[in-house]
Each structure stands twice: as C-alpha cells, then as structure tokens.
Design a binder for this molecule. Structure first.
Ligand code: ADP
Length: 245
C-alpha cells in the first residue's frame, strides 16, 4: 500500500482525524451533519461516542471506517493519510487494519458460524491451518466455541452479536469500530461483549464504540458526546488518555 503523503503519527496514534465535516446533499437544502470533528485514538484505548439519534454517530463511524468520504477534513490511520488513497488501497486498509461490528450483524444467514468467520480470512489470503487456529481462538474469546457448526440463522440475538464481534477479531485489526454493539443484548450479555473488547484492547487494539447506553460508555477510557455536529470535550471515565475535543 503506498501513500502520496508522508506518514504522520509522531505519538504512535492509530487514528488522528482533524476537522472532519460531512454534508449530505438534499433536495430541500443540504444537511450538515458533521461540522468539524477532531478525534484521536491510541493503541489500547477504548473510546465511546454518544449522542441522540440523528446526531451523526454512524456517519462519523462510516467515515473512520473508510466506508464514506467526508466533505472536508483530514484523517490519518496509523500514520497514513487514508483520504488520499484510491478506493482499492482504502479497501485493503479496511481489510487489514479495521474490524467492524454493526448492530445489524450482517451475517451470512445460511452459512455456519465457522464459515462466517472464515470468509474474511480467505479473502485476506490466510492459510487454512492458520484460519482454523484464529477462528477457534476468536470464538473461544466470545464463549462461542460450541457453536462452530451452527447456521447463523439458528443463533439467538446475543449469539449473533458475539459472532459479529468474533468476526471483527479474526483479522486482528489495529482498530475496531463498533456501532451499537450491545444494542440488541440484555445487560449481562452487553457487559460480556465489553469484557471481550477490554481483553482485546489490553493487547493493543484501539476501539471506538458508538452507544446510547451510559453504562456501556462508562466502560471506555473516554466518552465523547456528539452534539450539533461536533464532539464535545472528552469526559475521562477511567485511567487513560485525555485529549482532543
Ligand atoms: P446517528 O447514527 O447519530 O443516528 P446518522 O449518522 O445515521 O446519525 O445520521 C445523521 C443525519 O444524517 C440524520 O439526519 C440522517 O437522516 C442524515 N443522513 C444519514 N445518511 C444520509 C444519507 N445517505 N443521505 C442523506 N442524509 C443522510
């Protein structure tokens, strides 16, 4: 992967985004959703983004996931100016550096749990033996080792969410982006997912969680409320870094 820009992450950050803006075109007048969002993420950090429905949380996560191009601003992922990359290089970046957990889980319904986790690894060119090792490890991490051969459409809501978490883990991403990852779970299962994220973060992965739930947000190192298209000052909740705004 090559970038026309020099790398810039003197502090070793995974994410450095500056003054991101997003305006959706609309017949009756453009909708300005993000009005200058700056955010950073460091290895091992868990960051929560909160805000009312429609405040732009998913938009921000999609931009950070290179699924949506912002109208303005800059974004370095592990020191790479990823907005300057072409679509193909961005896709590679998504595959190799980012893991996604979306509320809808988007599992392949007629495939087994194993197959759901195996596809991204086949795509990434991982050998069959290593695929098996990684899949078993990821499923153990989310306590689903016994569901290996289950079809996705036979899983409970909580199990589906945990398969989605395991799928984000198998590629060993530097950053996990999670949109309401506990949205369909009860209290205990929601905290179990956060336990898994915590264990992954302890090994150096950076995690951004979009959530409505203050209890889930409180398990992150920093909490950013998103209001009026801007991230407000981070509220430190646990020992961790405090920066940006
Ligand atoms: P949240 O995740 O906080 O609920 P979203 O990022 O989904 O917010 O949406 C923020 C605003 O942007 C909403 O008003 C939504 O209607 C609008 N929006 C989102 N996606 C599009 C789109 N593709 N085209 C036009 N407007 C959009």
């Amino acid at each position: 992967m090559s970038s026309p820009q020099p790398r810039y992450n003197p502090d070793g950050s995974l994410i450095q985004a500056r003054q991101l803006t997003m305006t959706y075109p609309n017949g009756a007048g453009d909708i300005q959703v993000l009005r200058g969002v700056s955010v950073s993420l460091h290895p091992g950090e868990m960051l929560a983004i909160m805000g009312p429905s429609g405040s732009g949380k998913s938009t921000l996560l999609y931009i950070l996931g290179l699924l949506l191009k912002p109208t303005g601003g800059s974004y370095w992922l592990a020191g790479e100016d990823v907005l300057a990359l072409d679509r193909r290089a961005q896709a590679l970046c998504r595959r190799e550096r980012l893991g996604f957990v979306f509320q809808t889980c988007d599992l392949l319904e007629n495939s087994t749990v194993y197959e759901n986790l195996e596809f991204p690894l086949i795509y990434a060119g991982v050998s069959p033996r290593e695929r098996r090792e990684r899949i078993l490890m990821a499923l153990e991490q989310v306590n689903l080792g016994h569901r290996l051969r289950h079809a996705a459409n036979r899983l409970s809501g909580g199990e589906r969410q945990r398969v989605a978490v395991a799928r984000a883990l198998v590629n060993r991403p530097q950053v996990i982006l999670a949109d309401e990852p506990t949205g369909q779970l009860d209290h205990r299962q929601g905290h179990l997912v956060m336990d898994h994220f915590e264990a992954v973060a302890e090994r150096g992965t950076g995690i951004i969680v979009v959530t409505h739930d203050p209890e889930i947000a409180a398990r992150c190192h920093r909490i950013y409320p998103l209001r009026d298209g801007r991230l407000e000052m981070a509220a430190p909740r646990r020992e961790g870094r405090v920066a940006d705004g």
